[in-house]
Design a protein around this ligand. Structure first.
Ligand code: UGA
Length: 447
């Protein structure tokens, strides 16, 4: 099929490249000429495992091209995917300006029947607004449908998630739209395909992200209780996760959820509930619990160092999770300025995301970007872990202890076992297990 894609951010680029890989002919449009130029040369604009290889292969095969001209993505396309950003507004609702802009552009250039498909996460009933917008501008004679086909891709494993989905959701209110989307996916995937109404599909996506957020806040509250009771939250999480009704995923306690999706989608859902007079306090509490996580870590840092001023603190991990260079909603955006304001000297390292943080916080006499985790740790009074990069889990602990001024680790992602770090000679503070402190005489967390 011939496909037009609006937006080459995370969802748009991965969708474009993967659909090309399935054999479709893709024209991806972005208003940013710099991004279009880079992608046209095969240079990926995001850190996403496997994406660069697929982009190169599909450019070579002539199945994908990038443009700043909307008409090229519309003309001749069977399906047009809307993948533009829906960032949060200051009142918590989703900002749908870019979605409206795409709808207006399409309306002005309809050249025969088009299926317009929402991929961006949007509040339920957004498709109605898109339909009204196009209908008003294009007039009654043009044929088109608006459908919803939400993505469930996780940054850092988005290509894998696209190619091996656990389900595909197709929300379509006409037979023609349903058939087109089934034709697009059915030959390539064996997973369940849920066919439903447009509004239901939109709401499935919002509900999925809200549930994931709730699961994380749940385990984080339990982790506080675990600390108070002297039990290890990881043992509790593993054990309850063996029950298939609960499931083992998304039970990692720590700094909570960040990123561009879960926080934004949760607050947008809360706004929709409030507008509809539905009691949504449960999810408001999920948000509140999440925003308190970073404060809890900062308290631990103070407890470990007593006075933060003039201390050298190594910060490992600035992206919101491992395997991505995305810093949106990342704990580093709070922790770095707070420690800097408190007078600490920071030595920061991340395998992929440092340039993005550096653009916001340029180096100064108390803020250094290091070459490696070991380099960041050199002469540090304490090392703070903010992201679950695999590389940090595999650090040589003996060497780490030898380069640090004092062997103190405050781990916001529970990457190590307290007993392991105690044996390696560290003071170790984590979330939801007993801390290994100078006076702890063996960590308090049980197994
Ligand atoms: C999330 C969803 O997982 C995807 O299914 C969805 O498609 C995507 O949003 C989206 O709406 O586009 P993503 O934001 O890439 O994906 O990241 P997640 O893997 O969900 O992680 C979100 C945050 O939760 C991260 O900060 C992560 O560190 C945190 N997290 C995750 C935990 O604190 N504990 C866990 O057990 C799991």
């Amino acid at each position: 099929m011939r496909l037009g894609i609006f937006g080459t951010g995370y969802a748009g680029l991965v969708t474009s490249v993967c659909l090309a890989q399935l054999g479709h002919t893709v024209t991806a449009m972005d208003t940013d000429a710099g991004i279009v130029a880079r992608l046209s040369q095969g240079l990926v604009t995001i850190h996403e495992p496997g994406l660069a290889e697929l982009l190169g292969a599909n450019l070579d095969a002539g199945r994908i091209r990038f443009t700043t001209r909307a008409e090229e993505a519309i003309a001749g396309s069977d399906i047009i995917f809307v993948c533009v950003g829906t960032p949060p507004r200051s009142d918590g609702r989703a900002d749908l300006c870019q979605v409206e802009e795409v709808a207006r552009t399409i309306a002005q250039q309809l050249d025969g029947y088009k299926l317009i498909v929402e991929k961006s996460t949007v509040p339920a009933r957004t498709a109605r607004w898109i339909t009204w917008t196009i209908r008003r501008l294009a007039g009654p004679e043009h044929e088109f449908d608006v459908a919803s086909n939400p993505e469930f891709l996780r940054e850092g494993s988005a290509v894998h998630d696209f190619m091996r989905p656990d389900r595909i959701v197709i929300g379509a209110d006409s037979q023609r739209a349903r058939s087109l989307l089934l034709d697009l996916y059915k030959p390539s995937f064996e997973c369940p395909i849920v066919v439903t109404s447009v509004t239901t599909a939109e709401f499935i996506k919002q509900t999925a992200n809200a549930f994931l957020a709730a699961k994380i806040s749940f385990i984080n509250v339990m982790s506080d209780l675990c600390e108070a009771l002297g039990v290890d939250v990881r043992t509790v999480a593993q054990s309850i996760g063996m029950d298939p009704r609960i499931g083992a995923d998304f039970l990692n306690a720590g700094l909570g959820f960040g990123g561009a999706c879960l926080p934004k989608d949760l607050s947008a859902l809360i706004s929709v509930a409030e507008e509809n007079g539905v009691d949504i306090r449960m999810l408001q509490e999920v948000e509140r619990i999440n925003s308190a996580r970073v404060d809890r870590l900062l308290t631990k840092i103070e407890r470990a160092l007593w006075i933060v001023r003039h201390k050298v603190v190594a910060v490992l991990g600035v992206s919101f999770k491992g395997n991505t260079d995305d810093i949106r909603g990342a704990p580093s955006l709070t922790v770095v300025p707070r420690l800097h304001d408190a007078g600490a000297s920071l030595r920061i390292y991340d395998p992929a995301a440092m340039p993005k943080l550096q653009a916001m916080y340029p180096p100064d006499d108390r803020l250094v970007y290091a070459e490696s985790a070991m380099d960041a740790a050199r002469d540090a009074n304490a090392l703070v872990i903010l992201t679950d990069w695999e590389e940090f889990r595999r650090l040589d602990l003996d060497r780490l202890r030898s380069v640090m001024r004092s062997p103190i680790i405050i781990d916001g992602r529970n990457l190590f076992r307290p007993a392991q770090l105690e044996a390696a000679g560290f003071e170790y503070y984590s979330l939801g297990r007993g801390d290994v402190t100078p006076g702890s005489n063996g960590h308090r967390g049980s197994t």
